[in-house]
Ligand binder design. Structure first.
Ligand code: GDP
Length: 333
């Protein structure tokens, strides 16, 4: 195990997003005292010269790259250039700066969408680049694959300790709850909540309900990240998931049962299904001794409690998600 001193300078890129904010919460709870963050107004991560200057000044020792332009199936389909360009620019500028101003260790957050659409399930780390991508999020996936490859290339050529972490579909506090741009769980939570408030009896669920997804609470990802920072010495990217999946229909019913049990779900097959299944093989991480702890029912309930506590507040991401369509960067998911 490597000791990370509690006064180490740790930079969390994308600290306002779903993943970045969970990392900050976890690191604070652990007692780390020198967390570095920068808002987009302070530092546009798409500009390499600005990022290099920032690294020269702040001298981070550990870097967690959770910044990026992110969104659900519809946001990916309608803004492909933004998803590709912003993410390529952010990942290359941050990783290069961490090479120029050497860091002890860098964790880069990818996504399970990097794997081929039809690859064997559960998905092993070795399945990367073995087949065609799911078209609804291919530009985003290509940017994330570039990020994973950058980690590997900087490690090989320069000996940089860059580790790529591949989380499954995530949810939790500080997610984007705007139903047009969000991922499935927060989108349904928001729509069901509205229906309950307005007395509506039917709520739309996109697609057929048959695709299968693995959902993990973001606090579990933050816990796994700290674990990997301390315990992982391999060079391969690492899958992080719960090891269990369910159909979108079952997921929608679980969210419905928590938020608005009286509402009927109406599946809209004119909307895309996306990948038929995405379940990560997590044996590498389990072999190291880590497992997810937050069950889905408990995670949905606590996320809904968070949503209610932040309803209408400026911290909720409905507002920031709308701004994102104007080009504001979000934290990665
Ligand atoms: P994906 O894992 O990249 O496909 O991300 P999403 O979370 O956007 O979508 C997951 C699945 O949920 C897809 O099959 C969607 O069609 C389905 N889905 C059902 N209702 C919704 C919704 O309201 N929003 C989104 N984003 N997906 C939905």
């Amino acid at each position: 195990m490597r000791e990370i001193p509690l006064d180490a300078r740790i930079y969390v890129a994308g600290h306002r997003g779903l993943v970045g904010s969970a990392l900050v919460r976890r690191l604070r709870r652990e007692g780390f005292t020198r967390l570095l963050t920068a808002t987009r107004a302070e530092l546009d991560l798409r500009r390499p010269a600005d990022v290099e200057r920032w690294f020269a000044r702040e001298r981070p020792e550990y870097v967690l790259v959770a910044a990026g332009t992110v969104g659900g199936i519809q946001a990916n389909a309608s803004r492909p250039a933004e998803f590709l360009h912003d993410n390529l620019a952010i990942h290359s500028s941050v990783l290069h700066a961490a090479f120029l101003h050497p860091v002890e260790r860098l964790l880069y957050f990818g996504s399970s969408c990097i794997y081929p659409r039809e690859c064997p399930q559960p998905i092993r780390e070795e399945s990367l680049l073995t087949g065609p991508l799911e078209p609804t999020n291919a530009p985003y996936a290509v940017a994330k694959i570039a990020g994973v490859t950058l980690c590997r290339a900087y490690r090989e050529q320069y000996g940089c300790d860059f580790v790529a972490v591949m989380p499954t579909n995530l949810y939790g506090p500080n997610d984007d709850f705007d139903p047009e741009s969000a991922h499935v769980l927060p989108a349904l939570m928001h729509r069901l909540h509205r229906a309950r408030r307005s007395g509506r009896r039917r709520v739309a669920v996109w697609g057929t309900g048959t695709p299968r997804r693995e959902l993990m609470h973001v606090d579990d990802l933050a816990d796994a990240s700290l674990f990997l920072m301390r315990h992982y010495e391999g060079a391969s990217h690492v899958n992080v998931g719960t090891g269990e999946d369910l159909s979108i229909r079952e997921l929608a019913e679980r969210v419905r049962d928590c938020v608005a049990p009286e509402v009927e779900l109406a599946f809209d097959a004119t909307k895309p299904d996306g990948a038929p299944r995405k379940l990560l093989d997590v044996s590498l991480l389990r072999g190291l001794g880590w497992r997810a702890r937050i069950g889905l029912t408990e995670g949905i309930a606590s996320t809904y409690a968070w949503y209610l506590a932040h309803e209408g507040s400026s911290r909720r991401r409905v507002a920031t998600a709308s701004a994102a369509r104007g080009g504001v960067l979000q934290g990665a998911a």
